[in-house]
Design a protein around this ligand. Structure first.
Ligand SMILES: *[C@@H]1O[C@H](CO)[C@@H](O)[C@H](O)[C@H]1NC(C)=O
Ligand SMILES: *[C@@H]1O[C@H](CO)[C@@H](O)[C@H](O)[C@H]1NC(C)=O
Length: 372
């Protein structure tokens, strides 16, 4: 047998397979527009300055770059550089990583609930369990949004980052369990938020590879966008002179070498600064910039530009009650695919796999305090 020929055929096959792999998960052409913040000039001008490259910041940056010059500032790095972020099997390991450079930042709310915030391009979509659902049409009309525009936006997102899951043994058992418990009707696979039991969308593809809001930058017009990574915005700069209210016109950001940079709007009030730094980051940054409750700002020696008593107040999250069922035998790794949406508004969902359990176990050991 001519082994030489076989090996060249094999090499070709492997080559073709690799080509397929790389085009399947090809990220946006980041090399053209993503830079470490140390590469930023001391002073830059843009039409839009977006603070925070999370779930909304990435989507906005992609859209706005179609009609103007966009600066996107993100305090973390690229999700593609972190194998734990990108692989479904790394879900627990990412959350359990409490190092200063971790893409996940652990915090405990004042009422004692353990949670995580993202420090990576893509934001929460780079850390969460990847379950995807549309809002109910009811919710959209209550918000006064244009249902058609909302649907187009959903499709824009779904085309890039959402998949129909391959439902394995564990999630099938969850589906049967919910139906046995009377969680009807069975709605099959749907993105719609409907009562009963359903298979939802997932941001993990068939290979367990995670897709995040960072992938939405594939829609961006590369020449019109600059993304600085490891850029910590310290302050939004406001003009106050001869104005009834302060107006944002620039931001001050810090790079990893400790150098500060200024970014200003090109055309003043015709442009915009967009604050999309998350539920914690956005109010924090407003307060650091002088917008918030006067008393609180004064305690920290911050000059008050505008008294806004509600900034940073009234934060709430959905409470989660988790039941951990240990298994003697290994179970498949699955995150949320099947969900029960109950009549009374609670959601029942389930994850399986060794890593998720280790993470729960670790958190329990680290934070469990005996009730006194
Ligand atoms: C890039 O931004 C400019 C504004 O600076 C805008 O006029 C142009 O339409 C944008 N380019 C594209 C292809 O959208
Ligand atoms: C939007 O999509 C939902 C399904 O997600 C559908 O029920 C609704 O009729 C659509 N509305 C419009 C205006 O297209």
């Amino acid at each position: 047998m001519n082994t030489g020929k076989w090996s060249s055929i094999l090499a070709t096959l492997v080559g073709i397979l690799c080509l397929i792999c790389s085009s399947f998960s090809e990220p946006a052409p980041y090399h053209t527009f993503a830079k470490d913040a140390t590469a930023a000039p001391p002073l830059v001008f843009y039409d839009y300055i977006i603070v925070g490259g999370g779930t909304s910041g990435c989507a906005l940056a992609a859209t706005l770059s179609q009609g103007g010059r966009v600066l996107l500032l993100e305090r973390g790095g690229l999700p593609y550089d972190d194998p734990n972020v990108m692989d479904i099997k790394g879900f627990g390991a990412t959350l359990a990583n409490t190092s200063p450079s971790s893409p996940s930042q652990l915090f405990i709310s004042t009422d004692g609930v353990i949670n995580h915030r993202a420090r990576v391009l893509g934001g929460g979509t780079a850390l969460n369990a990847g379950f995807y659902s549309r809002a109910s049409t009811d919710y959209v009309s209550r918000m006064g949004w244009d249902q058609r525009a909302v649907n187009e936006s959903y499709e824009w997102v779904e085309n890039k980052v959402v998949f129909e899951p391959e439902v394995g043994a564990w999630q099938s058992a969850v589906r049967s369990g919910l139906l046995e418990a009377g969680q009807f009707p069975y709605n099959g696979f749907t993105y719609d938020h409907v009562k009963g039991t359903k298979v939802g969308g997932t941001t993990f593809d068939g290979s367990g590879y995670r897709h995040t809001a960072a992938d939405l930058l594939e829609y961006a017009h590369p020449p019109n966008i600059t993304l600085y990574l490891q850029a910590i915005v310290e302050q939004i700069l406001f003009k106050t002179e001869k104005l009834p209210r302060p107006r944002a016109h620039g931001v001050l950001f810090l790079d990893p070498s400790g150098n500060r940079h200024l970014a200003f709007l090109n055309r003043g009030w015709a442009n915009e600064i967009i604050l999309s730094a998350g539920a914690l980051g956005s109010p924090q940054l407003l307060m650091l910039s002088g917008i918030g409750p006067t008393g609180h700002l004064r305690t920290h020696g911050i000059k008050v530009l505008l008294d806004q008593p509600m900034v940073g107040q009234g934060m709430a999250d959905n409470p989660m009650n988790a039941i951990v069922v240990p298994s003697r035998r290994p179970v498949e790794t699955s995150l949320i695919q099947i969900v029960g949406i109950t009549q009374f508004g609670s959601y029942v969902e389930s994850a399986s796999g060794p890593v998720a359990f280790n993470w729960v176990h670790g958190l329990n050991q680290q934070y469990h305090k005996p009730l006194s």
